[in-house]
Design a protein around this ligand. Structure first.
Ligand code: HEM
Length: 476
C-alpha cells in the first residue's frame, strides 16, 4: 500500500513528515502457539489486565496465526482474502463465541450485538431502516445541540482535565439526546454513573471463565455491576413505556430513536416488543458511546503531537459556515479532520477484536481451519500489520485523504467490522465524530499535559491507561 501518492499536496507532505509514533505494546517475543500449561497460566493475568500485551510480535507479520489456549483452538486471521472469505462469504457458518456471550449476554440479552439466529435477523431487518441516511442526518441537529451545550460548559470550566471521561460523558449525552430527546436528562448524572459502572462490569472477563473452570465455582466479577445494569434497564424501560403511552394517546412526540423503534416494522409481526426495544437501547448505549468517545480521545492526543495536522484541521473547521449549513453537511467540508479521525481509529481501533466460532471446516487457498476453532480478526493487529501498511506505527492522516484513501485495501481497515454483522451505527458514529470535532476544534485547543505517555489498554474498547490528561485553552 502506498501512503503518499504523486498528487499529494505540500501540507500533506508536511503532516506526513511529522511522523509521530505513539507508544504501544509491540508484542512478546517467542512463539505463541500451544504454550505449555504453566506458561499459558502465567499469561492469564496479562490477558485479563491488558489483552493487547498478550499478542506476540510475529502476529503483526503473519497472515494467520493458530494456537491453543486452555485446549481451545484459536486462529487470528489477518489475510484480507481469508477475512473476506470467512466473515463475509461464509458468515453463515459463524456462531457467537461462548466466552464473549457469557460476558455480554446477561446484560445485553437479545440486543443486536448478542442475539443470534432468527432473533438477530429479525432485529437487524427491523432496525436497519432507523440507521438509514435520512434518519442519521435527522439526528445531526440533536448531536449539534448536545455538543454545543457541552462545549459552552467546557469553555468556562477547568483548564486541566482528563479528556477520556469528559468525552465519554459528551458521547453519552449526544447518544441520549438522539435516543430519548432528553426525556431522562434530569437524572443524567446518576445515569452516567450507572452507565460507567455498567461498562466497567461488561469489560471484566472472569479469569475462571478464561480458564474454562466449572460453572459451580462462583465468579466474583459477575456480582459487581449487577446493580447498575438493573438500574439502567429500569430507566430505559420507564422511558419506553411512557413514550408508548404518549404515542397511543396521539400526542406529538419527538422523532428520536425511541419513537422510531416503537414504530419500526412494516407489519404487526415485525413490531418490536418493549423487551426488544429495551435490549437494543441498552446495546446502543454499550456499543455506541464509549467506542466513539475513545476514538475522539485518541484523535485529540494524536493531533496534539502533530502540529501541522492540527493546524490544518483547525483551518478546515474555521472555514465552515456553521450558522448557515445544516450540521449533517459539515462532514463533507472537513475531509482532513475526518482523515485524522480515521487514522486515529487505525492506530487505536476502539473494538480490538472481532471473535466468532467456526461451525464448519474452512478450506481456502493454503489455509485449512477445522470446525470448532475460535476465529478472529483483530483490527489492532490488522491496522498495524507490516504487510498491509507502510510505517504502520506512525500517525499519518494523509493515508485517508483524497485519492490516497483508494489505496487502502477493502479488508485492511476494519474499525467497524465486516460482513452481515458490520456495525449498524457506523455512519451515525462518523457523523457524530465530525460534528463533535467541528465544534470542539473550532473553539478549544487540547495539549497533552502529562510527562508519561499514555499506554493503550484493552477493556472492551482500547483506552489510555491514564485517562488522557490535557490542558484546554480557548482559541480566539
Ligand atoms: C467509533 C464508533 C464505533 C465503532 C468503532 C464500532 C465498532 C463496531 C464493531 C467492530 C462491531 C462488530 C462487532 C462484531 O462483529 O463482533 C460493531 C457492532 C455493532 N455496533 Fe458499533 N461501533 C461504533 C459505534 C456504534 C454506534 C454509535 C452504535 C449505535 C448507536 C453502534 C451499534 C452497534 C451494534 C448494535 C452492533 C451489533 C451489530 C450486529 O451484530 O448486527 N456502534 N460496532
Amino acid at each position: 500500500m502506498t501512503t503518499a501518492p504523486a498528487s499529494v499536496s505540500q501540507p500533506q507532505l508536511q503532516a506526513a513528515a511529522a511522523q509521530f509514533a505513539p507508544p504501544y505494546p509491540v508484542g512478546r517475543d517467542g512463539p505463541y502457539q500451544n504454550f505449555i500449561w504453566l506458561r499459558t497460566l502465567m499469561q492469564v493475568p496479562n490477558m485479563v489486565r491488558n489483552p493487547l500485551e498478550a499478542f506476540a510480535k510475529f502476529q503483526f507479520d503473519a497472515p494467520v496465526s493458530r494456537y491453543k489456549l486452555f485446549h481451545k483452538p484459536f486462529a487470528l486471521i489477518s489475510d484480507p482474502q481469508l477475512i473476506r472469505h470467512i466473515f463475509v462469504e461464509r458468515a453463515d457458518i459463524l456462531a457467537a463465541e461462548p466466552l464473549r456471550q457469557k460476558v455480554l449476554r446477561p446484560a445485553l440479552r437479545d440486543g443486536m450485538l448478542t442475539a443470534e439466529g432468527d432473533v438477530w435477523r429479525r432485529a437487524r431487518r427491523t432496525i436497519a431502516p432507523i440507521f438509514a441516511p435520512r434518519h442519521v442526518e435527522g439526528f445531526a441537529e440533536a448531536m449539534q445541540r448536545a455538543t454545543t451545550a457541552f462545549v459552552d460548559e467546557m469553555e468556562t470550566g477547568p483548564k486541566q482535565v482528563n479528556v477520556a471521561p469528559v468525552l465519554a460523558r459528551l458521547a453519552y449525552l449526544v447518544l441520549s439526546e438522539t435516543l430519548f430527546s432528553g426525556d431522562i436528562n434530569e437524572e443524567s448524572e446518576t445515569i452516567l454513573t450507572h452507565v460507567a459502572q455498567f461498562l466497567e462490569h461488561l469489560s471484566n472477563v472472569d479469569p475462571l471463565d478464561l480458564m474454562g473452570a466449572p460453572e459451580w465455582l462462583p465468579r466474583p466479577t459477575l456480582l459487581r455491576g449487577r446493580g447498575s445494569t438493573h438500574k439502567l434497564r429500569e430507566v430505559v424501560r420507564e422511558a419506553a413505556e411512557k413514550r408508548e403511552r404518549r404515542i397511543a394517546d396521539g400526542e406529538d412526540v419527538p422523532e428520536d430513536f425511541l419513537t422510531l423503534l416503537l414504530r419500526a416494522g412494516d407489519t404487526e409481526k415485525d413490531r418490536l416488543s418493549i423487551e426488544e426495544i429495551e435490549d437494543n437501547i441498552i446495546t446502543f448505549i454499550a456499543a455506541g458511546h464509549e467506542t466513539t468517545a475513545r476514538a475522539l480521545t485518541w484523535t485529540l492526543y494524536l493531533l496534539a503531537h502533530d502540529q501541522p495536522a492540527r493546524d490544518r484541521a483547525e483551518a478546515e473547521v474555521d472555514a465552515l459556515d456553521l450558522d448557515n449549513t445544516p450540521p449533517h453537511l459539515w462532514g463533507a467540508s472537513m475531509p482532513w479532520t475526518t482523515a485524522c479521525f480515521e487514522e486515529s481509529m487505525r492506530l487505536f481501533p476502539p473494538a480490538a477484536v472481532i471473535l466468532r466460532t467456526l461451525t464448519e471446516d474452512v478450506s481456502y487457498n493454503e489455509f485449512d481451519i477445522p470446525k470448532g476453532t475460535n476465529v478472529y480478526v483483530s483490527p489492532w493487529i490488522l491496522h498495524r500489520h507490516t504487510t498491509l501498511w507502510e510505517r504502520p506505527a506512525e500517525f499519518d492522516p494523509s493515508r485517508f485523504f483524497a485519492e490516497a484513501r483508494n489505496d487502502i485495501g477493502r479488508f485492511a481497515y476494519l474499525p467497524f467490522g465486516m460482513g452481515p454483522r458490520v456495525c449498524i451505527g457506523a455512519s451515525f458514529a462518523m457523523q457524530e465524530a465530525q460534528i463533535i470535532l467541528a465544534l470542539l476544534l473550532r473553539r478549544l485547543r487540547f495539549d497533552y499535559s502529562a510527562t508519561r505517555k499514555p499506554w493503550p489498554v484493552m477493556k472492551i474498547t482500547i483506552q489510555p491507561d491514564n485517562q488522557m490528561p490535557m490542558r484546554i485553552s480557548r482559541r480566539t
